[in-house]
Design a protein around this ligand. Sequence first.
Ligand code: F6R
Ligand code: MG
Ligand code: MG
Length: 363
Amino acid sequence: MAKITVSLIKADIGSIAGHTTVHPDCIEAAKSSLEKGQKDGIIIDFHVTHAGDDLELIMTHRRGENNEKVHKLAWDTFTKATEISKKLKLYGAGQDLLKDTFSGNVKGMGPGVAELEFDERGSDPLIAFMADKTEPGAFNYPLFKIFVDPFNTAGLIIDPSLHQGFILDVYDVVENKGVRLNCPEEMYDALALIGTTGRYVIRKVWRKDGLPCAAVSTTRLSLIAGKYVGKDDPCALVRSQHGLPATGEVLEPFAFPHLVAGWMRGSHTGPLMPVSVKNAVCTRFDGPPRIVALGFNVTDGHLVGPVDLFDDPAFDLARQKANEIAEYMRRHGPFMPHRLGPEEMEYTCDILFSIIYTNTLCN
Ligand code: F6R
Ligand code: MG
Ligand code: MG
């Protein structure tokens, strides 16, 4: 049997009352578009959801990664949802669709893509993570914890099938270059790169025997567009259990709402709050940055589920902590490190730089 591919493709195609959430009519339009794709035999199964103002398409097929038909289906789906956004005059209608015509692959056209091709295991649990108001590097910390840190993942020590470790594919989004690092052997090298979250991004993770484990979207909209067009709200796929980190080990890093770049105007540091889909609506200061996790079983290419994994009181404390951190960070107003450094806050840095050059009265 051909391998199965899970493609998670997302785009901000407009939202209600600011950059808060996707309109239900856009979700419905996306569902009927993918239903047609299913009938036409392009995909096997799908699930449509949202994270904040991002429309998220989770699709399965046997066509492999970067498949033109699947990417075109996603692009056409975003285009159809954009038509609804435009009709309703939603905010930022079509925001992430940076090109007019599809040219073979949605990468480089605006949408974020996380894809994993694999042989379906006897039972194959998979978690789709979708974040809003942050950037792909937000996944560096949790993925390192999941696949390299035994203080997070007990299985790294006590399950012989995880004991050999994992390979991280770290990608430089500025130079478009990747490097594969064996962990735990090269974990210090990995950390030297992935601590710089705005530039070096974990793109893929494999087990040492080559089993694909995780994929992250790595778009930099600002680099594609040459001007600021919003942060690249990222998504990721992580497989779990039976020789991989358990679902609970995959979710565990999110009990600590670590600081990420994004939030208001893509220009602030704030905590990443784990939330249910119904609470994935960005409000306070357009945030705080949020992450949703949907759990599935991939069964004969179909998506069984989802279970809304952060819809659980076990993450209440993380949410409370995130609110406290949000409050603390907000009190800094326009001061760094709450506000990002000028190189990361593409939004208004031209204004900041021009003040000093046009208004200098004395040396
Ligand atoms: C951040 C984001 C929002 C907007 C902000 C201003 O990723 O989408 O915080 O940057 O609401 O939006 P505009 O400039 O569209 O009024
Ligand atoms: Mg938006
Ligand atoms: Mg967004």
